[in-house]
Design a protein around this ligand. Structure first.
Ligand code: ASP
Length: 334
């Protein structure tokens, strides 16, 4: 009798164990994508036209990535094209429209990572590459290295077909005048107000998983206002502002120094890996426990297509969609 009972219990464990494993291995959504256009504080009483412009830009960026994934395209193409659109849109602090260094220049950082192969490419301090995200992807695909800085990144760009521009292409006159008025000579302080709308925002990023299971993260930024000579932020540092493995893809925005010191994107992935938490639980740990209030926001997608987006700064320009019909475009947490 005792033996029979033990056998039955063992059978149940084996059966349920198997059921659970197969459920976890099953891809629940065909594809999913999330993007951000920066985290910080964007007041609810900001001019309505400005808010509408942001919402429309987020919606358009999302449509670009969605179309690629819907038609069976690759998550790498979806992430790159989504970010290119945001880089070309001067509302955001990436590509054209980037913030100004202490010397009044635009110096751009970007990173791109394919989680399944743990391969990545990153660049920092570029001044002539129209779409830094595309150069970061090329570092991943066409070089034996992971990270090129400043002059070296420009030399690498010479060996590719990425579009080049005059450094002044990135300077939006209205933003430049405002920087000269409010920020020039003010030194570097993450609480500096770059716009009349409060805390600076505008770094861009995207994460996606496609129908083949490719899981990808990308981030692009002008960094932080008044950053000093050669300052490198979290964005191009693999594991800090950008990370993907075969479980989850993550892109960050916010105070780069704090994001870096907590190796944030990697921390989220490792939380999932070592505690068995889901993407929302790992996100909560990162945003609520690891970082301090008002420091950063993140987007993440796991290999099943579950999306998580959170900030502890009050606002994050964000959008997401999946193959099950879910769609969200938002600015505020609540
Ligand atoms: N994290 C970026 C940096 O520190 C800035 C941002 O996301 O607003 O370079």
């Amino acid at each position: 009798m005792y033996k029979v009972k033990t056998l039955i219990i063992a059978l149940i464990i084996v059966l349920f164990g198997n059921i659970e494993t197969s459920a976890q291995d099953k891809k629940i959504k065909e594809w999913a994508i999330a993007l951000h256009g920066g985290a910080g504080y964007y007041p609810k009483d900001a001019p309505a036209e400005r808010t509408q412009a942001y919402m429309e830009a987020l919606d358009e960026a999302l449509a670009i990535g969605t179309e690629i994934l819907e038609s069976g395209g690759n998550a790498m193409d979806a992430v790159e094209a989504t970010i290119q659109y945001l880089e070309n849109n001067e509302l955001f602090n990436a590509g054209r429209g980037a913030v100004f260094t202490a010397e009044g220049k635009n110096e751009l950082d970007a990173a791109f990572m394919h989680g399944n192969t743990l391969n990545a490419g990153a660049i920092t301090g570029v001044t002539t590459v129209k779409n830094p995200i595309s150069l970061a992807r090329k570092v991943m695909e066409e070089s034996n290295h992971v990270f090129f800085a400043s002059e070296g990144a420009e030399i690498f760009a010479d060996q590719t077909n990425v579009e080049r521009v005059d450094p002044l292409y990135f300077r939006v006159e209205e933003k430049y005048e405002r920087w000269k008025r409010n920020n020039a000579g003010q030194g570097y302080n993450h609480n500096d107000s770059e716009t009349e709308n409060g805390w600076k925002m505008g770094t861009v990023g995207a994460v996606a998983v496609d129908s083949e299971g490719n899981i990808v993260a990308g981030t692009s930024t002008g960094g932080m206002t008044n950053k000093k000579f050669g300052r490198v932020g979290d964005v191009p540092i693999i594991g800090s502002g950008t990370y993907a493995n075969d479980l989850v893809a993550v892109s960050a925005t916010g105070w780069g120094e704090r994001i870096m010191l907590n190796v944030s994107a990697h921390a989220l992935a490792m939380h999932m890996q070592f505690t068995g938490s889901n993407v929302d639980e790992a996100m909560n740990y990162l945003v609520d426990d690891l970082l301090n209030p008002r420091e950063a926001g993140f987007i993440a997608v796991d290999k099943y297509g579950n999306i998580s987006m959170r900030t502890n700064t009050g606002s994050m320009f964000q959008a997401a969609a999946d193959s099950e019909g879910f769609k969200k475009v938002a600015i505020w947490e609540d």
